[in-house]
Ligand binder design. Structure first.
Ligand code: UD1
Length: 429
């Protein structure tokens, strides 16, 4: 198993290119199941989760051609996928595949919408909590699918197609909203989604579906209206930049000090996080090429933050902010409202010398003058990158174990940091 060795204490300076968003790429790839024509996705990040989803879609009979580099492409240019679900040969998504990546459960919506049936393994829990799929099932039922649960599988049937309907989410769910968009796109009649997720990735998927011939309006607001169509066609779509990767590197620069240009980043995708950083004394400026983040000399001010659905502060940046606040001049409070158990990083940060007290869903972080390198363990995707951020400012060497979590969601993390002066290397084996 690979490990990452970091020697802390170096400021970051230079430029970091921001990749396409993982959380948009996955549903966009899944949307290819809605049409027999080819969907071309550009700016796709090179990530373990993308490779795994290629395998899962391949199991349904989807052909994927990965476009190579073109003259003039830079080293960090995303890849292009040509995805063709002309013939769906299998409507079952087995446990062995779905259990490796929760988002693969989302294939259920396009499969039942286009093929009239789908059998998809329930994903099970994960390190950040129970993460049920009841609201995704509710969506399919509201649109007329008959649901049966058997042997750990959800079997959805709608032999005569799905029917438009009203969906009112009792809580904001990204996966539930993706499911509703994809199912309603091919349903007969109009669907109205109330309390829809407003995450930018929802808007990106809706844009792509509209290019494919869907009739979706209101994406990006909490009320989305979908007029079902009989058929969708192919399209070409470029994945939006990854706001979580952007926020992660912004926090890394805030942590080490220095001055870095986050190339291709778009501030409106993470305004809440940028506001928090500005409040803690980090200089943030926007240019037409991206977001510039700098901290020269000044300390890190403590903050009080609660995670919320978009446009609030994202849960996917909570661990990274906590790492930053371990070095703040004062006491910070971070409350996690989205996932019940998303504090796996706390004990590992404590191993580096952080002072953190947990009380239910609130963490109180007392800033310390110094962190000290130690061996630590990555527990989930965002938690593992928070350990990297802490290690970049810790004295001496930190060894981050189980880095496969990082490879799921961060493209060439060590390369991007090395280019800005970090002492970080992957140790294979
Ligand atoms: C997506 C993101 C993930 C992010 C999360 C919240 C992807 C691939 N993943 O995950 O990175 O952390 O949004 O922004 O885009 N819930 C239910 N029943 C359901 C579904 C969800 O109770 O059927 C609950 C969850 O347990 C959680 C909350 O709703 O407490 C939000 O979850 P949701 O937005 O659905 O997260 P994901 O779509 O799985």
């Amino acid at each position: 198993m690979d490990r990452i060795r970091i020697v802390g204490g170096r400021p970051l300076s230079g430029a970091i290119p921001i990749s396409g968003a993982k959380n948009a790429t996955l549903p966009l790839m899944i949307a290819s199941l809605l049409t027999e024509d080819t969907l071309i996705l550009d700016n796709v990040p090179r990530l373990a989760d993308v490779n795994l989803l290629q395998r899962i879609l391949g199991n349904h009979g989807v052909d994927i051609m990965v476009g190579g580099k073109r003259p003039g492409d830079t080293e960090y240019q995303g890849q292009s996928l040509h995805i063709s679900a002309a013939h769906i040969v299998d409507t079952t998504a087995p446990y062995e595949l779905v259990s490796k990546m929760r988002a693969s459960f989302w294939v259920i919506a396009p499969l039942v919408a286009r093929m009239g049936e789908a059998t998809v393994s329930m994903p099970g829990g994960c390190a950040i909590g129970t993460r049920p799929v009841d609201l995704l099932i509710m969506v399919l039922e509201r649109l007329g699918a008959a649901i049966e649960i058997d042997g750990g599988y959800v079997i959805a049937r709608a032999k005569r197609g799905l029917k438009g309907g009203e969906i009112v989410f009792p809580k904001v769910t990204v996966g539930g909203t993706h499911t509703a968009l994809m199912a309603a796109a091919l349903a007969d009649g109009v669907t109205v989604i109330e309390n829809a997720a407003r995450e930018p990735e929802i808007g990106d998927v809706a844009d792509c579906l509209n290019k494919m011939g869907a009739k979706i309006s209101g994406a990006g607001t909490s009320r989305i209206i979908i007029e079902g169509v009989a058929k969708l066609s192919g399209a070409r779509h470029s994945v939006l930049p990854d706001r979580i990767e952007t926020g992660t590197y912004a926090m890394a620069v805030a942590m080490t000090g220095g001055d870095v240009m986050l190339e291709g980043a778009r501030p409106e995708l993470l305004q809440a996080a940028l506001d928090v950083l500005a409040k803690s004394g980090v200089q943030i400026s926007t240019t037409n090429t991206g977001i510039r983040v700098a901290r020269n000399g000044g300390g890190i001010g403590p903050v009080e933050v609660t995670t919320d659905p978009f446009p609030g502060f994202p849960t996917d940046l909570q661990a990274q902010l906590m790492a930053l606040m371990t070095r703040a001049d004062g006491t910070s409070r971070i409350t996690e409202t989205i996932f019940e158990n998303r504090f796996m990083h706390v004990q590992e940060l404590v191993r580096l010398g952080a002072r953190i007290h947990l009380d239910g869903e609130t963490a109180t972080i007392e800033g310390v003058r110094r962190l000290k390198g130690a061996p630590v363990m990555a527990t989930d995707l965002r938690a593992s990158v928070s350990l990297v951020i802490a290690a970049l400012a810790a004295e001496g060497e930190t060894m981050v174990n189980r880095v496969y979590h990082l490879d799921r969601g961060f493209e060439r993390l060590e390369d991007k940091l090395v280019r800005c002066g970090a002492d970080i290397a992957r140790i294979s084996g």
